[in-house]
Design a protein around this ligand. Structure first.
Ligand code: PLP
Length: 362
């Protein structure tokens, strides 16, 4: 067994802040004097009530959400949201707009099409293998919403300025960059994020929904597929993913109290990404795969001169306690995911390794 922890660059499930893991361990067998683990207490108990309320309140404070936003936790990860969004938010006789920037957008589009919605893909970067964020698009007048993926985990691109859609509410899959920086929530009707990239363990999504969107939810939907069910019962119509929500509450506490909020988090994230991109740009050995102005601060994707060298790079990195650097199986290459919990120290260590690897193999 490995004695020490490695620097974890996994794309998801991904690194969690060490102080959070330590806090979980600390109170694992006896949660706040209950004599039980948080895994064993009732979701109807005061202990869990405090946990979920804290997760909601911290989300509201960190993102500066007005009282017109509801914070929900819904099982099924981000992928469940691909189907719930058109099911709940498509207005009768009105189209739904999507921008396609990669694998996850494509899946979201497919789920709306399966339901027979009038899907308009108003922009796509598929022509260049999703290596950039499209600038040209025209939002359909009267569209129910405009859906986009704020950070493309697999392709390594990110929206640095969100699309403008006027009166059409924005809906965004922020799975891989939620809580990585502050932003203005007012144009959004719904924001969702699978928890396992930036805020916790896998299995559930954080869903932030503007109250007026709840009026759209069709009566005839199955109970567990309606946003209103989750909104009316503080996400506890049935037993929620208690442990996931507990860990999220601790990660958000770490963000507020240790990091000091999203402005600080953004500064650190920028510093990490700059270190890596500088290393890539100053070498002829490594090549970034995303267009420069669309580059992600969360997922840094790059290639080496050959697939053999890439395999060697990933293997030798792991021998040096740098894990998770293989690109997504659909695209190959290498990827360093540097979410909130990945430290500057981890990134510095990776950059040192990359320089040394280039020196030996370049
Ligand atoms: C990982 C990811 C998903 C899928 O999340 P699941 O929780 O596995 O459904 C969706 N969208 C984006 C942007 C992702 O990074």
């Amino acid at each position: 067994m490995k004695e020490k922890r490695i620097f974890n660059f996994n794309a998801g499930p991904a690194a969690l802040p060490l102080p959070v893991l330590e806090e979980i361990r600390e109170e694992f067998l006896n949660y706040k004097g209950s004599g039980m683990s948080i895994l064993e207490v009732s979701h109807r108990s005061k202990w869990f009530d405090d946990v979920i309320n804290e997760a909601v309140e911290r989300t509201k404070r960190l993102l500066r959400l007005g009282d017109n936003f509801k914070v929900l936790f819904i099982q099924g990860g981000a992928s469940m949201q691909f189907c719930m969004i058109p099911m709940n938010l498509a207005l009768p006789g009105r189209p739904v707009d999507y921008i396609n920037t990669g694998t996850w957008s494509t899946k979201a589009i497919k789920e709306a099409q399966i339901q027979g919605k009038d899907v308009r893909v108003i922009a796509s970067s598929e022509d260049k293998n999703f290596s950039y964020i499209p600038k040209e698009y025209k939002v359909t007048e009267g569209a129910s919403y405009l859906h986009f993926t704020s950070n493309n985990t697999i392709k390594g691109t990110q929206w640095h300025e969100f699309p403008q859609a006027g009166d059409v509410p924005l809906v965004s899959d922020m799975s891989s960059d939620i809580m990585s920086k502050p932003f203005d929530v007012s144009p959004f009707g719904l924001i969702y994020a699978g928890a396992q990239k930036n805020i916790g363990p896998s299995g559930s999504a954080l869903v932030i929904i503007r109250e007026d969107m709840l009026e759209r939810v069709p009566q005839e939907l199955p109970t567990m597929l309606k946003y209103t069910t989750f909104a009316e019962k503080n996400s506890m119509f049935n037993t929620p993913a208690c442990f996931v929500i507990y860990v999220i509450s601790l990660v958000l506490k770490w963000l507020e109290e240790t990091i000091g909020g999203l402005e600080n988090m953004e500064k650190i994230n920028k510093e990490k990404a700059e270190l890596l991109y500088q290393c890539i740009d100053s070498s002829d050995f490594y090549a970034g795969t995303a267009e420069k102005e669309s580059r992600s601060l969360m997922n840094v994707t790059f290639r080496l001169p050959s697939e053999e060298l890439e395999a060697k790079f990933v293997a030798e990195a792991l021998e040096n306690d740098l894990g998770g650097l293989k690109g997504h199986r659909s695209v190959g290459g290498c990827r360093a995911s540097i979410y909130n919990a990945t430290t500057l120290e981890a990134v510095r260590s990776l950059v040192d390794f990359m320089k040394e690897f280039e020196r030996k193999n370049g």
